[in-house]
Ligand binder design. Structure first.
Ligand SMILES: [Zn+2]
Length: 249
């Protein structure tokens, strides 16, 4: 491997060098807005993808209906959205309330458990750093999920002394090779999602309780995707999703 200087952004490993990916987000629909096209591409390339949600999203939407009912609907929507992308392994962590998420030791331990079980080489998370120019992407729950996830990736997951009881449960330490961060203020990498864009639209349509009010959801997603493509000069008519990639060796 060539030595990078600190000023150079990390280049992700080729997809063929990755077998398993773990996606960690706060709410249903987060990974679909930020990365559905990219995730669909990973599935197409033969990668096994697990999506882990820290809450069931019961505070989402303007509807003041029963929270348990909203949570059940949103869980079902996430499973359907992920199925559109070819992802079958969708998990929800118990015990965390939407809107109240904090990077607690308990949340970190739960994420470490899943990392050690799934053994992903690549982990996709939300940014723990607030992006003031895109404040809605930096929802406090997203910051909390991102912070807990990055702490779980390093050092907790690879440290045998972090929660030694996990080793007794057969969950051995695991080293993650790279982290992809969504909605990070410093973007370093683009994925061309033109070919998977239709599945991104279908995945977000599956989150009907959150996206049903958009008169032109596809137009909105296309607008965002073409903005990213333009920023990275992907070419006329192309669509992109962007990330900050961290190489952990
Ligand atoms: Zn969210």
């Amino acid at each position: 491997m060539t030595q990078r200087t600190f000023s150079q952004p990390a280049t992700p490993r080729p997809d063929q060098d990755i077998e398993r990916v773990l996606v960690v987000t706060a709410h249903p629909d987060d990974s679909d807005f930020g990365a559905a096209g990219t995730i669909a591409g990973w599935v197409d390339a033969g990668l096994s993808v697990t999506i882990l949600l820290c809450t069931r999203g019961e505070q989402g939407g303007s509807d003041s209906g029963d929270r348990e009912q909203i949570a059940t609907i949103r869980e079902r929507e996430q499973v359907a959205a992920s199925a559109v992308l070819g992802v079958k392994d969708v998990r929800f962590l118990p015990g965390h309330r939407d809107g109240w998420l904090e990077p607690t030791w308990e949340l970190q331990r739960q994420i470490v458990e899943v990392i050690r079980e799934v053994q992903p080489q690549r982990v996709l998370i939300q940014s723990p750093e607030r992006w003031y120019d895109r404040l809605q992407a930096s929802h406090p729950d997203h910051l909390a999920a991102g912070e807990a996830a990055i702490r779980a990736v390093y050092p907790a997951s690879e440290n045998p002394l972090a929660w030694p009881e996990l080793i007794e449960q057969g969950l051995e330490p695991w080293h993650v090779n790279e982290v992809w961060i969504m909605a990070h203020p410093e973007v370093t990498h683009v994925v061309d999602i033109t070919d998977t864009f239709g599945r991104k639209v279908a995945a977000l349509q599956a989150h009907a309780s959150q996206t049903g009010h958009h008169a032109d959801l596809e137009g909105l997603l296309r607008h965002w995707g073409s903005g990213v493509a333009e920023m990275f000069s992907l070419g006329e008519g192309r669509l992109g999703e962007c990330f900050h990639v961290v190489d952990l060796g």
